[in-house]
Write a protein that binds this ligand. Structure first.
Ligand SMILES: [Cu+2]
Length: 750
């Protein structure tokens, strides 16, 4: 364990802290100019995570999805260190609509290593809205669960008469457990009508260690360095995120151009066979927002390219005795199979993915008098995907393996939504959305003739599929008095299969193991006959609160039935296999999910020593496959969180207690591994002085060992190509959570 702070980051923090005393100039954002306060109280009230909550997380996490962990109803699938997948009420990944500055990104990787939120660093997120219950059709589409709307900062302009606005922010952070460190910088230069902003962030971490010893398998001669007994293999990462924004405003009009570039040189995966060894995203986002007499008009055009590369990372470069003439190093140099098969090392298995996404979103809010608002909009998205694996050793030659070739997924949609206020107590919302989703691929080939049976069967069929999907939402909000609100609604939502679900074709165990975006260690084979998933959801939110929201208590029970839920069935060869990883084929079945979120907060005492308060959260979700009677995969067991908070002047402190019950309702078709219950304690403190914010804390104070309930199966070290666990990884180990970690962060505004 090291405690070294990057000298550059430290120097930058010191240098810029001298600027801390210069107060930021007065400024205005577009919202003050363009948006007048909504005449109608929104029927849907998403959970909103604002700048203050996000700032409090800067020192704690580099994973933008983790900013959602205190949102009722949300949990996270573990993945790479900066790319966990949000889950809302048991539905995750592509089942949610997740937008980043209004753009719909699609994970382009057979393991979904680059989901939408992974393109954001927490330091460049300004606001996140989570629609966990009923999602209005205006923010939904091609999803059956909730919606997450993540936004970077709105452009800032100088106030009238202010001249030039120049401001910025710089920060650095450090975590002791995995030596995670990094920094962020943002700078804005603006006049009253033109604004330019840059934001950048760097983050880097080693493998983390579990609390206490972890059952690692060192029997098979690991190449490179030897994992410590408590080290969790394949959890290191490095990420570099940059955005550059230009904005011009005049009168009631705003035009923006935002450019994004992210490069992730490596992000290792403890629950996948492969590691992400390069991911590059480039994006352009053009936006117009205007206010007219009749309402508001919003148009956005975007283009994104992703270049993704996978192979065995540092902890999976394995030599094993079954290989002819092998050794785990060559003249003392660790094997480097990635760069091309040094003699005696395990062969690498390069895998490439590229995608291009072009989209157009139109939205108009039309005022129909004081009590009625009509929202209409349209969406176009054109997505292309290629996923190929060049010939490599171990029988994977002489041809390139086409996993998805010339893949295409196009969406064309339109919606209309009518929001109405009835008296002082009721707001209602009715909406309908139509989407046409067309998918297609070209013909494919395997590495060799031994893949011919599957390849011919695939190539002999027509691959083009078109779905016509209709979403409907009815939502009402009733304000009984100044202390209670009820929000309730019904929705029908439809999602078309993604390209990997529909078009991955090889039933060979090796290829199937590569196609897995849930991290359960199993292999998956696509199914061209998949139909879209259709979900029917009923949800209520009871919201009791003080008139001034000094205290509040919210309860959200929910129920969703899904027709044609895309679950999976075992290939024949694995029908009776219950003690190893298996190969599954995607299949439409029916499912239901239900549960309850509870959340609340209250003041405890105001004393001479400051103000004390309590915050709490509880989530329960049950997911069932109605065809088999089994459980759905990766459902977060009953869990809760209580935080005792303390505020004294500029000091803010908290003790957080987290309790999670054992995961026993597991998916038997996947041989999903049970995890035991656990509890964790975190200590947090922060001090804010003028423009400086300092954070310090200890996570997992008592260094508890625990397994992540949604972290998937541990395949983070060893010959990770095995289904049986003959070599490491042994079948049946989950991914452990992080042991004790001290964190520190500093942020300076100038
Ligand atoms: Cu990948």
């Amino acid at each position: 364990m090291g405690y070294r702070i990057h000298p550059l980051a430290a120097a930058m923090a010191v240098a810029f802290s001298s600027l801390a005393c210069q107060q930021a100039m007065a400024q205005t954002t577009l919202n003050e100019v363009v948006v007048n306060a909504g005449k109608i109280r929104d029927a849907a009230t998403p959970q909103q995570i604002g700048a203050a909550e996000i700032a409090a997380q800067h020192a704690i996490t580099r994973d933008a999805a983790a900013l959602l962990r205190d949102v009722p109803g949300v949990s996270l699938y573990g993945a790479g260190g900066v790319s966990s997948l949000p889950v809302i009420h048991g539905l995750a990944d592509d089942r949610l609509r997740i937008t980043v500055d209004g753009m719909d990104f699609i994970a382009s990787c057979p393991n979904h290593m680059n989901p939408p939120m992974s393109y954001l660093d927490p330091t460049n997120v300004a606001k996140i809205k989570v629609f966990a219950g009923i999602t209005p059709v205006s923010v939904g589409g091609d999803s059956i669960g909730g919606t997450i709307v993540a936004e970077t900062a709105a452009p800032q302009f100088a106030a009238p008469g202010q001249g030039t606005l120049a401001k910025g922010e710089i920060g650095a952070f450090f975590h002791s457990n995995n030596n995670a460190q990094g920094g962020n910088l943002s700078a804005t230069l603006a006049t009253e009508s033109i604004s330019i902003t840059y934001t950048g962030a760097l983050a880097k971490a080693d493998n983390y260690t579990a609390g206490g010893d972890f059952k690692t398998n060192t029997a098979t001669g690991r190449v490179g360095h030897t994992l410590a007994l408590d080290e969790v293999g394949s959890t290191a990462y490095e990420s570099r995120t940059h955005t550059l924004g230009f904005a011009v405003r005049g009168g009631n009009h705003l035009v923006e151009a935002k450019f994004g570039y992210q490069d992730v040189p490596y992000q290792l995966y403890p629950n996948q066979r492969m590691d992400m060894l390069d991911n590059e995203q480039k994006r352009i986002n053009l936006h117009y927002l205007g206010q007219y007499d009749w309402g508001m008009f919003d148009i956005r055009a975007y283009h994104e390219t992703v270049d993704h590369f996978m192979d065995f990372g540092a902890d999976k470069r394995y030599w094993y005795s079954g290989m002819s003439g092998g050794s785990n190093s060559l003249n003392g140099t660790p094997c480097s199979p990635i760069t091309g098969g040094m003699a005696g090392c395990a062969a690498g298995m390069p895998m490439y993915t590229t995608s291009k996404t072009t989209g157009l979103n139109l939205k108009a809010d039309i005022d129909l008098g004081a009590n009625d608002l009509l929202r209409v909009g349209a969406l176009y998205q054109h997505y292309t995907l290629d996923d190929w694996w060049p010939a490599s050793g171990g029988g994977m030659y002489p041809n390139t393996f086409d996993n998805i070739k010339d893949g295409k997924r196009d969406r064309l949609g339109a919606f209309a939504e009518w929001e109405r206020r009835i008296g002082k107590q009721w707001t209602t919302l009715l909406g309908a959305r139509y989407e046409r989703v067309e998918t297609d691929t070209g013909d494919i080939q395997g590495y060799s003739s031994s893949y011919a049976t599957d390849a011919n069967a695939f190539n002999n069929r027509d691959h083009n599929r078109t779905d016509n999907n209709v979403d409907l939402t009815a939502l009402a909000r009733y304000t009984a008095n100044n202390m209670s609100d009820i929000e309730f609604g019904l929705a029908r939502k439809v999602r078309s299969p993604n390209l990997y679900e529909r078009y991955t074709w090889s039933t060979s165990t090796m290829a199937a193991l590569m196609n897995n975006f849930v991290g359960d260690g199993n292999g998956y084979v696509g199914n061209m006959d998949l139909k879209p998933e259709k979900a029917y959801t009923a949800s209520f939110t009871f919201d009791w609160h003080a008139a001034d929201r000094n205290w509040e208590l919210k309860a959200t029970p929910f129920y969703t039935h899904v027709d044609d839920y895309i679950d999976a069935t075992r290939l024949t060869a694995f029908t009776n296999t219950n003690n190893q990883f298996v190969v599954l084929k995607y299949a439409n079945q029916s499912a239901r999910l239900y549960g309850l979120d509870l959340s609340g907060r209250m003041p405890l005492a105001k004393t001479g020593l400051g103000e004390f308060g309590l915050r709490g959260l509880m989530n329960y979700t049950k997911g069932e496959n109605r065809d088999t009677g089994g459980n759905l995969y990766n459902i977060m067991p009953l869990n809760g969180k209580v935080a005792l908070t303390h505020q004294y002047g500029n000091w803010s402190n908290a003790i957080e207690l987290i309790g999670v019950t054992g995961k026993n309702d597991t998916s038997s078709v996947r041989n999903e591994v049970h995890t035991a219950g656990y509890s964790l304690t975190h200590l947090r403190t922060s001090y804010t002085w003028k423009n400086v914010r300092v954070d310090f804390g200890i996570e997992n104070l008592f260094d508890r060992f625990y397994y992540l309930p949604l972290g998937g199966a541990y395949t983070g070290q060893g010959t990770t190509m095995s289904a049986t666990g003959t070599y490491s990884p042994a079948y049946g180990i989950s991914v452990p959570g992080m042991g004790r970690s001290i964190y520190a962060g500093v942020n300076v505004k100038f």
